[in-house]
Design a protein around this ligand. Structure first.
Ligand code: F6P
Length: 424
């Protein structure tokens, strides 16, 4: 099997561990392994076209690694050999010394991914590709994969990225026949590539995918938020202040909820469960009553966590700045807003965001090796501490159903489709 791995959508800690695991386990199982740079954009661009984007990209994989370690990239310039050669850098690591300029689909070996599980972000790049959303883009992506002889694709990303993967697979036979008709591929290639194997691994800090307990990167982001709250706690208590923290999560409240639980927050706003208001009152009354109670009990600081997608019962966004005004005006609290932003997403993965991708990477390769034209594309998840496979589109459909339930104000249903254990 010729197996390529790509990362797509917003980066998350643990994506490099996915790439490392898929490559290493792929090699152990006898596969040829490839990485696709810049997500689906790299698939669309392939290895033939010249693009201005190249100037913005590191010139080769070795440079990527060296830049990351603080080694000047030009040290590597002199060491670059032709396609397929190996070289050894000052660190003792081996690299394929292939020039990557203009190459988005790159054959990689064991040593190319050494140590990657400790690195934040995604070293192979990611993008939200507009081109891949067009039929022409997907046709180009199919051509580029067939040209390299690749027949299996592991995609690490959020629900949008995984849906893209499934669509690509379902269109595959038609893409192959178009390429054959256009004379871009031979009969032999068309026959050999009648089926594309796809597997999805969920990389997202939001933990917003149904049918899995955790997405890759969510534990690290949660850890970052907790650290930030620990830091804020000391300054908040010193001044007896209130802090309103806005955290990421898109339409999912997992990060906000779990951060609140882990840090003893006074009040938490999430999209799945608007604040329950006192009969005849408002959520503002509710929040103020709770916080007044905490203050009266002797608490010197107040922490309110607002998920970026938090909604009130009329589906209106709850904004951190507004919460601050309410706390200041009604309770007279000296209040500050802190938006944690992308500090939640970057940085080194915590241990679990190395272990989970490693275990899931193994299952992903296994699922690809076992795939037939009749098996669905699988998403690799984790349920009750077991690595599992679920039909990818079922998980995507359930994820979308949560958003629909919130839109229909059926909050009980939304919560039951997330994770009842956490959300009740
Ligand atoms: O999906 C991950 C995420 O970090 C969300 O939590 C957030 O809403 C979004 O991506 C931010 O996207 P961008 O990095 O494009 O601003």
């Amino acid at each position: 099997m010729k197996l390529a791995v790509l990362t797509s959508g917003g980066d998350s800690a643990g994506m490099n561990a996915v790439v490392r695991a898929v490559v290493k386990i792929g090699i152990l199982r006898g596969c040829e392994t490839w990485i696709v740079r810049e997500g689906y954009e790299g698939l669309v661009r392939g290895n033939t076209q010249a693009h201005s984007l190249h100037t913005e990209l590191p010139a080769d994989l070795s440079a990527l690694k060296c830049a990351h370690r603080g080694v000047p990239t030009n040290l590597m310039e002199n060491l670059r050999f032709g396609d397929g050669d190996l070289l050894r850098d000052g660190t003792g690591d081996h690299h394929h010394g292939r020039t990557l300029k203009g190459r988005y689909i790159v054959r990689v070996g064991w040593d190319d991914v050494r140590g990657w599980f400790a690195e934040g972000g995604t070293l192979i790049g990611t993008a939200r590709s507009a081109a891949f959303r067009t039929p022409e883009g997907r046709l180009s992506a199919a051509r580029n994969l067939i040209k390299e002889g690749i027949d299996a694709l592991a995609v690490c990303g959020g629900d949008g990225s995984l849906t893209g993967a499934d669509l690509f697979r379902s269109e595959w036979p038609s893409l192959v026949s178009q390429l054959l008709t256009q004379g871009v591929i031979t009969e032999e290639q068309a026959e050999k590539h009648g089926h594309l194997k796809i597997v999805g691994l969920v990389g997202s800090i939001d933990n917003d995918m149904s049918m899995t307990d955790l997405t890759i990167g969510a534990p690290t982001a949660l850890h970052r938020i907790c650290e930030a709250i620990d830091n804020i706690n000391s300054t908040a208590a010193s001044h007896s202040r209130a802090f309103v923290l806005e955290v990421m999560g898109r339409h999912c409240g997992w990060l906000a909820l779990l951060a609140g639980v882990s840090s003893g927050a006074d009040f938490i706003f999430i999209p799945e469960r608007p604040p329950q208001t006192i009969p005849g009152g408002t959520w503002e009354d509710d929040m103020c009553e709770a916080i007044r109670g905490h203050r009266e009990a002797g608490k010197r600081k107040t922490i309110v966590i607002v998920a970026e997608g938090a909604l009130d019962e009329n589906l209106q966004p709850i904004r951190a700045e507004y919460v601050k005004e309410v706390l200041a005006e009604r309770l007279g609290l000296d209040t500050r807003v802190t938006t944690l932003g992308h500090t939640q997403r970057g940085g080194r993965p915590c241990a679990f965001d190395r272990i989970l991708p490693t275990l899931q990477g193994e299952e992903a390769v296994k699922a690809l090796l076992e795939a037939t034209p009749d098996t669905p594309s699988y998403m690799i998840g984790v349920r009750e501490n077991k690595i599992i496979r679920v039909p990818l589109m079922e998980a995507v459909a359930m994820t979308r159903a949560v958003a629909d339930a919130i839109g229909a104000k059926d909050f009980a249903k939304a919560m039951s489709m997330r994770d009842p254990e956490f959300y009740q």
